[in-house]
Design a binder for this molecule. Structure first.
Ligand code: G3P
Ligand code: CA
Length: 315
């Protein structure tokens, strides 16, 4: 084998995770209110490898785990507070105010899960610090590593700084600490790469977006503003990409994943959201067979079952 081909094969093998990862998308969000300590804990109990806090910043500069930049979809804010600046932006409320809110179930979730009593039964918006503390505490309970997969929801240098400072303070600084940091903004991921190097950190970074295949077959990442990013350029600052796996306009393909692996990038797919067990198993199997290295799932139990069956079938 020629040296270039050997290097390519090595790169591809290194990029592909040994065992596909189960990432609890917004916690066990199909069962319990999203981004709650109870939901993260249930996902860990179900065997998820990573829990995923999406991060927003409060008015007083605290990182909290919530997907939207506004509060009403997932909390009872409108029952307790008048609107501010025409709405209910997280950035317009202090942490003390946000702590008074209750997080509501969405989609197929409920306020409780049969047979499960969480360590923290309050359905509050947690701080990032609390999510980290939960993951660390659950490592001891579960007897295995529990990873964190925070997403910077704003392309905001202040958020980048605080995210990295928090992880550094918690001594979560290297890949072995089982943390991925993700963003939809390529500028943010590039900035995080520079900043974490300056801090002596080396966490794997993940660029989120859509998997585009050009008419000539080349795989690209779609970035904000309709820009197309060649995978080798993304690989200069990221270790992986997180892509929509069921986008009808931009379907994720085996060839796209293979090109990402060749560029040295892991590929994690979002969002696995089927509740029907048979339909979910088929979907996981289809995408794991294509080479996906991780799945963002609303139903960690179904994802773990499918992943384990896939791994067992590989042996
Ligand atoms: O971060 C991966 C996936 O979670 C992206 O979707 O909108 O749920 O953050 P979203
Ligand atoms: Ca996310």
């Amino acid at each position: 084998m020629k040296l270039a081909a050997l290097l390519l094969a090595l790169c591809s093998a290194l990029a592909q995770a040994a065992e596909p990862l189960v990432i609890a998308h917004r916690g066990a969000s199909g069962y319990l209110p999203e981004h709650t300590l109870a939901g993260y804990e249930l996902a860990i109990r179900m065997g998820a490898d990573y829990i995923e806090p999406d991060l927003q910043m409060t008015r007083d500069g605290v990182l909290v785990a919530i997907h939207d930049d506004t509060l009403p979809r997932t909390t009872n804010v409108a029952e307790l507070f008048a609107a501010r600046n025409g709405g209910y932006r997280v950035a317009d409320f202090t942490l003390a105010e946000i702590r008074t809110l209750t997080v509501k179930p969405t989609t197929t979730g409920a306020a409780t899960y049969p047979g499960f009593t969480p360590a923290s039964a309050e359905l509050r918006v947690p701080t990032f610090d609390e999510v980290i503390a939960l993951a660390k505490a659950q490592r001891a309970v579960a007897g295995r590593p529990v990873g964190l997969y925070p997403e910077a929801k704003q392309a905001d240098p202040a958020m980048e700084d605080q995210l990295l400072a928090t992880l550094q303070r918690e001594q979560l600084t290297r890949a072995a600490d089982r943390v991925f940091v993700q963003s939809f903004s390529d500028a943010t991921v590039q900035s995080l790469a520079v900043k974490q190097r300056a801090l002596g950190m080396s966490l794997p970074l993940v660029l989120l977006g859509h998997a585009i295949t050009l008419p000539d077959g080349r795989a690209m990442m779609a970035a904000p503003g309709g820009r197309m990013l060649p995978l080798k350029d993304v690989a200069a600052y990221a270790s992986g990409v997180g892509v929509a796996m069921a986008n009808t306009k931009y379907p994720l393909t085996k060839a796209w994943i293979a090109q990402a692996h060749d560029a040295g990038l892991q590929v994690h797919g979002w969002t696995f959201a089927k509740l029907d067990a048979a339909a979910a198993a088929d979907e996981y199997r289809t995408f794991l067979d294509m080479g996906l290295d991780g799945v963002f799932s609303n139903y960690s139990d179904l994802a773990v079952k499918a992943r384990n069956a896939f791994v067992a079938g590989r042996k």
